[in-house]
Design a binder for this molecule. Structure first.
Ligand code: CMC
Length: 436
């Protein structure tokens, strides 16, 4: 970390002596005030629930400029990666710091492809679930269960274990998501096919059956690959921070990633794509575009509890660059499938137009996020709504692992242990039961 020329001075109005705190500069983005010695020097903690002003770690992986609406993976703009690279190149970039050359790409692809099958026992584990279980409930269980199958890669402090568990997780996530889907519709599981691309193989495992091949459409394959790239990492979001915190105890990588899957499920995070599509379908059922104005009034009424799902972001105070790319992909996919007049796409465009002109959204800097259009694309491809967040988890796995491995290799890493402002009873004596 690079020390800035200035330092911060914290003074108190009660006579406690002021203290100087070092300030560090990143390569880009806001400086940080180092408060690690604050407690030792003053006996005080800082208070920042929701991490509104707190950098929880140093990282060199992903950078977001929320005001500009810019997203960089290892310095490369998301727009260039989404249009010039594929998902496995992006995985290589996130994990190892650089885009692969031709040879490195072939080697990496071969390694991932050789690990796409899961232990045959996994299906018996899966069969313990109800057929109508939510795919994210299944994924939380299955990913955690991987640690029971791959004992040779569970030592988070061993770099070789970290490397092989990373490859295994990236390779096996599509297989697990497709298995969760097949189980829910009562179809046989489809084994992965090594001659297909990462996205093509996922489509095959989802939609082929033993009696009918699935011919992978290059447009849909590319669209899915782009969904994966756009969701691959997003710096210290809730699920990534969960993975880091969970992994900081020294737990195995599969358990840490399972914690990330559980966190991602929530509607304020990865569950927003499912919630957004449900919202669009609800409005469509009630009358579609004609009902948009009425719906927007509800969104603006704080007592209604209704939010415009797929809108707003803690970091982006401008158009989410992923949403722009997703909107383009949405148009391509709908054209490929002859669904140019898809009512939900029209509805989404109408909602976006109103929101971008409405003072409620403008004044709060609320713009569409990646989830606003990704559900429409996935639905058009044939992925059921309940599986959207599992597809997000599949794509985010590489980011979680890259961040976890970065943390473990950081000499400054310690178990995460936040403190608290205690507001409960200070001390009480237990009374005998008869006297309470
Ligand atoms: N619809 C209506 N009002 C909103 C929305 C929305 N989608 N998002 C934020 N607001 C309002 C919010 O009520 C608040 O108003 P006020 O200042 O009057 O109290 C203001 O905008 C600021 O919002 P906030 O909730 O304080 O912001 P936050 O940073 O805590 O929350 C968020 C960010 C993403 C949780 C929130 O915008 C939200 O719930 N959006 C809908 C869910 C969604 O699309 N989530 C996906 C995020 S992108 C994918 C991912 O990274 O997982």
């Amino acid at each position: 970390m690079k020390l800035a020329d200035n330092k911060a001075t914290l003074s108190f109005s009660n006579g406690t002596p002021s203290i100087d705190l070092p300030v560090y500069q990143g390569s880009v983005g806001p400086d940080v005030v180092d408060i690690r010695k604050l407690y030792g020097q003053t006996g005080m903690f800082t208070y920042d629930p929701g991490f509104l002003s707190t950098a929880s770690c140093q990282s060199a992986i992903t950078y977001i400029d929320g005001d500009k609406g810019e997203l960089l993976y290892r310095g490369y703009p998301i727009e260039q990666l989404a249009t010039q690279c594929d998902f496995l190149e992006t995985c290589h970039l996130l994990l190892y710091g650089d885009l692969p050359n031709t040879q490195a790409k072939a080697d990496f692809t071969k390694r991932v492809t050789n690990h796409t099958m899961v232990n045959e026992q996994m299906q018996f584990f899966l069969r313990g679930f109800r057929r109508d279980a939510h795919p994210m409930a299944i994924m939380t269980g299955l990913v955690g269960a991987l640690s029971a199958f791959y004992h040779d890669s569970t030592d988070i402090n061993n770099p070789e274990h970290r490397e092989i568990s990373a490859i295994r997780l990236i390779a096996k996530m599509p297989t697990l998501v497709a298995m969760a889907y097949k189980y829910s519709v009562g179809q046989p599981f489809m084994y992965p096919k090594n001659e297909l691309s990462y996205a093509g193989n996922f489509l095959h495992m989802m939609f082929a059956t033993p009696c009918a091949e699935y011919k992978v459409s290059p447009v849909l394959e590319r669209a899915l690959d782009r969904i994966f790239i756009l969701h691959a990492d997003h710096e210290q979001n809730a699920s990534t921070s969960t993975v880091r915190l969970c992994g900081s105890s020294g737990t195995n990588p599969f358990a840490a990633i399972a914690a990330g899957v559980a966190c991602l499920w929530g509607p304020a995070h990865g569950g927003a794509n499912e919630a957004c599509l449900n919202m669009l379908e609800d409005i469509q059922r009630q009358g579609g575009v004609a009902k948009v104005a009425e719906f927007m009034e509800k969104v603006k009424d704080k007592n209604s509890g209704v939010k415009l799902m797929g809108f707003g972001h803690r970091v982006y105070k401008n158009y989410d660059p992923r949403a722009k790319l997703m909107q383009e992909t949405c148009k391509e996919v709908l054209a490929e499938l002859g669904l140019e007049n898809d009512p939900l796409f029209k509805l989404a465009m109408a909602l976006e137009k109103i929101a971008l002109e409405d003072d409620y959204f403008v004044s709060r800097k609320l713009y569409p996020n990646v989830d606003f259009y990704s559900g429409i694309v996935q639905r058009a491809i044939g992925i059921p709504t309940g599986l959207f967040t599992a597809v997000f988890a599949l794509a985010r796995t590489v980011g979680w692992i890259a961040q976890l491995n970065e943390m473990i290799s950081d000499p400054e890493y310690k178990i995460g242990r936040p403190r608290q402002l205690f507001t409960g009873s200070a001390h009480r004596e237990v009374k005998p039961l008869a006297k309470r």
